[in-house]
Design a protein around this ligand. Structure first.
Ligand code: FAD
Length: 450
């Protein structure tokens, strides 16, 4: 018969590992972590590319230098992670048109200001719409049309919403962002955490409570416990489950719940948007782009919104690496995931030749992550509609019987970030510990009654 543990944690990303660590520190040692892939880290994942470590998922520690200290920044400091300061705001002054000319900074600054004002206006209108106050609705702001307007709209909405509305990450932790540039990868933080409570040897986790390549397909839950069934036919039993899979996975059919999740839960899960964010890495034999730090981010203005718009050179992080990164989002990400890497390379090279001329060398290597088509991710991170009811995230987070939910998407203040995943892991495990304490109390009361 299957062995029974106190808690099963599904998923070994930052939230799952953090939750397990807090439980272990509080005396819950009989836990099992089931991870679908062959590694820990989830959306924190490095890849050796072009001679260096590049981050396919989370790349930045966002929110540093403010009134409160970002806990992930502290973890990074403790484990000596190498980071570089990033200044996104330069991007708007490095906008190339299709003939390779950089828009004069005055024009770029004006367009940027107009875009910010218009986004703020749009938000206000949505807010009045939301409250049903028809009298106050003003003219809708005009939508972006020219390539530079489209490029700025893309930067603003897909990268810099902090300029439009207060985002807790930057309000609480500060406005600075640091790129992780460490050969051991961002994931080194997770390995350091795992070492504190799992048996490891020479950086390898050997603890049998961590089970890799275990794809959870079904959760049977009742008042007395949870049975977890994996794709390879294994059965695990526990008193409680902490489910840390992404919002995209919750929206998919990967995991069946028996009995099914209640309607309030399903409705909340449907209401959260999934953002797809894809960093495409290109390796060159030589550098042909300006490598100054203030040219780290540059932008391509095309008549199609989001078409290879946002670029970064890696010379600040890894001088001499000759690597460029271009970021695509949402529909463009999905489109690129569906085509071959050769096709993507051709498109990217045509864009670079528009910006830097026909004589630049071809890339010698390309890496295209597939976050959307990865059935253990189904997207990059959660994105709650700006004017959304706080009840939605509460319902996404709320336990259903013995199943507890964690992960970046359950963080009310920091969803979409590594620190959101980390803090949610702490919150969920504390909530579960409290529930376990109450259950023990109830049990001992019943025993005294008998
Ligand atoms: P995950 O890391 O997704 O962990 C969940 C785990 O569950 C995964 O390991 C998965 O394999 C596993 N799993 C899924 N289904 C099953 C199943 N059925 N059975 C068993 N296991 C399963 N954040 C930042 O702070 N800064 C950034 O710069 C940044 N950039 C990002 C860029 C990209 C491209 C992406 C994808 C994300 C980025 N993020 C960034 C967000 C950040 O990576 C996430 O918020 C965070 O890592 C999520 O952690 P998590 O534990 O909630 O989920």
């Amino acid at each position: 018969s299957p062995s029974r543990s106190s808690v099963i944690i599904v998923g070994a990303g930052i939230s799952g590992i953090t939750a397990a660590k807090v439980l272990a520190e509080n005396g819950i040692e009989d836990l099992v972590i089931l991870e679908a892939s062959d590694r820990i880290g989830g959306r924190i994942r490095k890849e050796n590319f072009g001679g260096v470590s590049v981050e396919l998922g989370a790349g930045w520690i966002a929110g540093v230098g403010g009134k409160e200290s970002n806990p992930v920044w502290e973890l990074a400091a403790k484990s000596g992670l190498r980071t570089c300061f990033s200044d996104y705001s330069n991007a708007r002054y490095n906008i190339y048109d299709r003939s390779g000319k950089i828009f004069p900074s005055g024009i770029a600054a004006d367009s940027y200001k107009r875009a910010v004002d218009s986004a703020i206006q749009k938000l206000k209108n949505q807010d009045t719409d939301h409250r049903g106050d028809v009298n106050k609705i003003t003219e809708p702001p005009s939508s972006p049309k020219t390539p530079i307007e489209l490029a700025i709209d893309f930067i603003l909405h897909d990268f810099e919403m902090a300029e439009v509305e207060p985002i807790s990450t930057y309000v609480d932790f500060g406005e600075r962002e640091f790129l992780v540039a460490d050969e051991r990868g961002y994931e080194h933080l997770l390995y350091r955490m795992a070492e504190d409570f799992l048996f490891t040897s020479e950086g390898v986790i050997l603890d049998s409570r961590l089970k890799l390549n275990k794809v959870v397909r079904e959760l049977q839950h009742s008042r007395s416990g949870v049975t977890v069934i994996t794709e390879d036919g294994c059965i695990f039993e526990s008193d409680y489950v902490i489910l840390s899979v992404s919002i995209g996975v919750l929206q998919s059919e990967l995991i069946a719940f028996n009995p099914p999740l209640p309607r309030w839960k399903l409705e909340a899960i449907e209401k959260c948007d999934v953002m797809v964010y894809t960093k495409i890495f290109l390796k060159f034999p030589d550098r042909f782009w300006p490598s100054l730090p203030e040219k780290e981010f540059f932008v391509y203005a095309h008549e199609r919104r989001g078409y290879y718009t946002f670029w970064q050179h890696m010379e600040n992080a890894y001088p001499g690496s000759h690597i460029l990164v271009v970021t695509l989002t949402n529909e463009e990400s999905k489109r690129v995931e569906a085509q071959s890497d050769e096709e993507t390379l051709k498109e990217a090279m045509a864009v670079l030749r528009d910006m830097f001329g026909p004589n630049i060398p071809d890339a010698i290597d390309i890496f295209v992550p597939h976050w959307w088509n990865n059935r253990f991710q189904r997207g990059s991170y959660s994105n709650y509609p700006i004017i959304s009811n706080p009840q939605v995230v509460h319902n996404i987070q709320a336990p259903v019987g013995r199943i507890f939910f964690t992960g970046e998407h359950t963080s009310e203040r920091f969803n979409g970030y590594v620190h959101g995943g980390y803090l949610s892991g702490i919150d969920t495990s504390k909530e579960l510990l409290e529930e376990m304490r109450k259950e023990n109390e109830r049990k001992s009361e019943n025993q005294t009654l008998l």
